[in-house]
Write a protein that binds this ligand. Structure first.
Ligand code: FAD
Ligand code: NAP
Length: 350
């Protein structure tokens, strides 16, 4: 609804104005000034829905910090009998084909799940992939009867030893750079958007071969309540083990231990600005954003509030007419008037 209202309010939903053209050449120059890193090479679509592979569930465990109202499971799948074996990267997704048909009698469509495992898999040899699945459970918005999402509940119901039809891997842009030591990293996650960052941080800090990455890293993780935190023990341990990794949380529905108010991840960024500004000013830094759609707007607004222009332009190319109205930025403006540079990686979903 909000997107529709924004679209209706936009006077130029189609085509491009002179301002757009100016913006295009300006942001092209900016992309050249702030080029993105060379990324790890991703293999894609080794199985598709017409030719799925078969995985076998190795384990399935709740991964919330406490007794959360949400059911979120860390599910490990043995893909050694499929073409995904040894062929995925952290940050990519894989597909799940639930059995059965939809209400129209057609086979259920594939659903994507972010890989939560490091590139070497949970087993160290790329044979065990994992993901972070939240059960979709709600009241149906018309009938008010129980609404259960098909694939998330199918996956969460699976038992150890059960088979599952898989596709993928998918995605080639939301991955780590080919030379990880050359960069610093700021990761923003909301809810299950943490999945790819679990894999990436394990790649960076607990690599199977070679030393851990020495670059600076910060993870800003947002959830409704503290008990909804995912993999909290792992990230706390990583922060304790590595001076170059900071782990910050934001609770949206109750006060934080250090502040008497609720926070979204972008407000956590503003709260930690003294600690994170130097890293954000560095030309080494990459920003990764994953989770709920819309979070990128708030993060861009916070970056614009806390960074001086020369630091900000490393991440965003902002059209002159919206530079002075940060509080009014909307999703419709992103990629038109507020263009992330190639140093920003965004994967958000409703
Ligand atoms: C690249 C990518 C990566 C993803 N990674 C993850 C991940 O790591 N973990 C994760 O949990 N999810 C992830 N998702 C989301 C995932 O693909 C599924 O969309 C999600 O699990 C819901 O699927 P489902 O089959 O359970 O629900 P569905 O059966 O598909 O139901 C959801 C749909 O039903 C409708 N609906 C929702 N609520 C209601 C309601 N109350 N009443 C009526 N209709 C309703 C909506 O149209 C919604 O799209 C990812 C998505 C993408 C695109
Ligand atoms: N690769 C991907 O694309 C990928 C991977 C995994 C998950 N996802 C998506 O990520 C979403 C995560 O949902 P979830 O149910 O797991 O999360 P959740 O537990 O509900 O947590 C989401 C958190 O984000 C907050 N939030 C809401 N709007 C925000 C905004 N505009 N800016 C910043 N924070 C905001 C929420 O606060 P309040 O609710 O209190 O307002 C809540 O604290 C889902 O939509 C999922 O499909 C995408």
């Amino acid at each position: 609804m909000a997107a529709a209202v924004e679209a209706a309010a936009d006077p130029r939903p189609f085509g491009s104005s002179r301002q757009d053209l100016l913006m295009t050449s300006e942001s092209a120059a900016q992309q050249e000034k702030h080029p993105g890193p060379r990324l790890r090479e991703a293999r894609m679509h080794l199985h598709n829905p017409a030719d799925p592979g078969t995985g076998v569930v190795v384990s399935s465990e709740l991964c919330t910090k406490g007794k959360s109202a949400s059911c979120v499971r860390h599910i490990v799948v043995d893909v050694s009998q499929s073409r995904l074996s040894g062929a995925f990267l952290s940050g990519q997704s894989f597909g799940v084909l639930p059995p059965g048909n939809d209400a129209k009698g057609r086979p259920h469509q594939v659903r994507l799940y972010s890989i939560a495992a490091p590139t070497t898999g949970e087993d160290g040899d790329g044979r065990h992939v994992s993901t972070t699945v939240k059960r979709t459970v709600d009241e149906h918005w018309e009938s008010h009867k129980l609404f259960l999402g098909v694939a998330s509940n199918y996956l969460c119901d699976l038992q150890v030893g059960d088979s599952v039809r898989i596709t993928g891997p998918s995605g080639k842009r939301f991955v780590l750079p080919a030379n990880p030591q050359d960069h610093d990293y700021l990761f923003f996650a909301t809810g299950t958007g943490i999945a790819p960052f679990r894999g990436m941080l394990l790649d960076l800090l607990r690599p199977k071969a070679g030393p851990p990455c020495k670059g600076r890293m910060a993870l800003l993780m947002g959830v409704p309540y503290e008990m909804d935190l995912l993999y909290d023990g792992l990230f706390t341990d990583l922060a304790r083990e590595h001076d170059n990794f900071r782990y910050h949380t934001a609770f949206s529905r109750h006060a934080q231990a250090d502040m008497n108010r609720t926070l979204y991840v972008q407000q956590r960024l503003e709260a930690q600005r003294d600690e994170l500004s130097a890293m954000l000013a560095s030309p080494r830094t990459l920003i990764y954003i994953c989770g709920i759609v819309g979070m990128e707007v708030g993060i861009f607004q916070s970056l614009a509030r806390i960074l001086p222009p020369e630091a900000l332009e490393q991440y965003l190319s902002i059209a002159p007419e919206v530079r002075g109205s940060i509080d009014s930025w909307t999703r419709v403006m992103v990629n038109r008037q507020i263009k992330p540079t190639r140093r920003v990686f965004t994967e958000v979903y409703s």
